[in-house]
Design a binder for this molecule. Structure first.
Ligand code: ADP
Length: 490
């Protein structure tokens, strides 16, 4: 049998579509399966360039690839790593897999091209992909050697990668640097005990996005058996929101614990603080009884007057305590404050006892803060400045000054009053703390209330004092420079 006839027979009995192509790209032979696959009649392709079967996008470039093959003709698959397509006579493209075999024909080297129609496989793959992409969880399939084989679109979105970029990369590229080494060890131990389970029980797991940001995740692992190797499907859930909620609850719990402790301390101190004046009132009323029995109306009237005064103070104290109790529940509305009008308004509600108000407002931007809290601060500092004036001074002055920077607002209330002895300075911000020989009525709550409100506003308060000069300096962050979280906890 002639060589050529032998090829003819070989081509026809070959169970897959094949064609013989010369080194110049001319189609020399095709079998029926090939003609059927591409929709050509018998012999219709013979004599044509192989490029008629190549999609238009790669057609121009194809002769170069062909030349490269014929430079070193070896048996191999074509287009490794790329999706290959052939063009049918009717112009439709079909996905194919192609094998190349150099053969000798009529004394020249040619290539026997075998074509595998992979339409069904591709359509199954597409179906699986659609199902994976429809899943609400991020899914990544990893081979037993740790390489990413499959990524659904949710996973690409979650980690910030364009489709396809993660394929073939080690799974460790999605693990933050500091966990990478350990991750390889965990993966190896998983390979010895492949079961469906969640990953990293008892450990916090993190993923890293393409842009380098980390986020907490939860991972479920399911072993998958492939044709020739084992893989694992990892289902990944971004738990950032849950973590944020947990942290929020933890913060709230800590705050509740603090408030409870404060309440307890408050209850102890309050009962102690209220008992003494109550006992005095009871004592005075007992005296009244005796005075009336003895017919001493004048003394009885005087004692009633004293108990009334004590009762008034007590009422004021209770009012202050209520203010303090309520100070954690202020409506946290952040607003731009007009300090001048706030100070003026507060000043107008106070008895001045001849004290002069001096203001020096040097701030450039309005203070953004919670007005209700700022009022408590201003009112207490200004009323104390009046209350603790030096009676013998030529002139009593309260000076309110402001200044600001990009991040902070400074407010100070200064007086030329009696001053606060050194040994009391640490204590006076605590509940019910008063300077021992203070002759002024008060409950020792004003500065505690002031400090509490400044703290709520994420600010700080400092004190400088000597006889003739006391300055309370408050530094408040500008509300707009605070984070949302800070604002919520104010
Ligand atoms: P209260 O005025 O009701 O005693 P505060 O908490 O407002 O309570 O103040 C605590 C103490 O600090 C006061 O009793 C007073 O002795 C001292 N103090 C506060 N402000 C001044 C001031 N501007 N000058 C001098 N002493 C002050």
């Amino acid at each position: 049998m002639r060589n050529e006839d032998q090829y003819k027979i070989d081509l026809e009995i070959c169970p897959m579509p094949v064609l013989l192509v010369s080194s110049t790209g001319e189609i020399m032979r095709t079998n029926r399966r090939l003609n059927d696959l591409f929709g050509f009649a018998h012999k219709e392709l013979v004599g044509q360039q192989i490029e008629v079967l190549v999609p238009e996008e790669v057609r121009d470039h194809h002769p170069d690839l062909r030349d490269a093959f014929f430079e070193v003709p070896t048996r191999r698959g074509m287009g490794t790593g790329r999706d290959l397509y052939g063009v049918r006579k009717d112009g439709h493209t079909i996905p194919v897999e192609i094998g190349l075999d150099p053969v000798e024909f009529h004394g020249s080297v040619m290539v026997m091209v075998s074509v595998v129609d992979i339409r069904e496989r591709k359509s199954n793959e597409a179906m699986i992909r659609r199902a994976l992409d429809a899943a609400s969880s991020a899914m990544i399939q990893v081979s037993d050697s740790g390489l990413i084989e499959l990524v659904n679109s949710r996973a690409n979105d979650l980690f910030g990668y364009p489709a396809g970029e993660l394929i073939g990369q080690p799974i460790e590229s999605l693990v933050p640097d500091r966990y990478r080494r350990r991750h390889r060890v965990y993966r190896a131990s998983y390979e010895n005990d492949r079961t469906t389970r969640s990953m990293g029980r008892g450990r916090d797991l993190f993923g890293i996005r393409k842009n380098g940001t980390e986020f907490p995740i939860e991972i479920g692992l399911t072993p998958v058996e492939g044709m020739d190797h084992l893989s694992t499907m990892a289902t990944i859930i971004d738990i950032s929101d849950r973590r944020r909620r947990e942290q929020h609850i933890a913060r709230k719990n800590a705050e509740l614990r603090r408030l409870n402790e404060e309440l307890l301390q408050f209850a102890y101190s309050a009962s102690h603080d209220l008992k003494a004046p109550l006992a005095s009132i009871v004592g005075l009323l007992t005296c009244c009884e005796k005075d009336l029995t003895a017919g001493d109306v004048e003394e009885a009237t005087a004692n009633i007057g004293r108990s009334k005064m004590l009762a008034d103070r007590l009422a004021k104290r209770i009012e202050d305590m209520l203010l303090l109790a309520k100070s954690d529940m202020v409506d946290a509305t952040w607003e731009d404050i007009d300090i001048a009008s706030r100070v003026e308004q507060i000043w107008s509600t106070l008895d001045h006892y001849g004290v002069t108000l001096v203001t020096d407002f040097r701030h450039t931007a309005p203070l953004r803060t919670i007005g209700a809290r700022l009022d408590v601060v201003l009112e207490n500092l200004i009323s104390n400045a009046i209350k603790y004036r030096e009676e013998s001074a030529e002139e009593n002055i309260v000076k309110v000054e402001t200044s600001d920077g990009p991040e902070a607002f400074h407010l100070s209330v200064e007086d030329n009053g009696i001053g606060i002895p050194e040994e009391y300075r640490d204590r006076i911000f605590n509940l019910f703390q008063r300077v021992a020989d203070s002759h002024q009525p008060g409950s020792g709550l004003g500065l505690a209330l002031t400090k509490k409100n400044v703290t709520h506003l994420h600010g700080a308060i400092a004190l400088e004092s000597r006889p003739g000069k006391t300055v309370f300096a408050v530094t408040l962050p500008q509300g707009r420079s605070l984070t949302q979280k800070d604002r919520e906890t104010a």
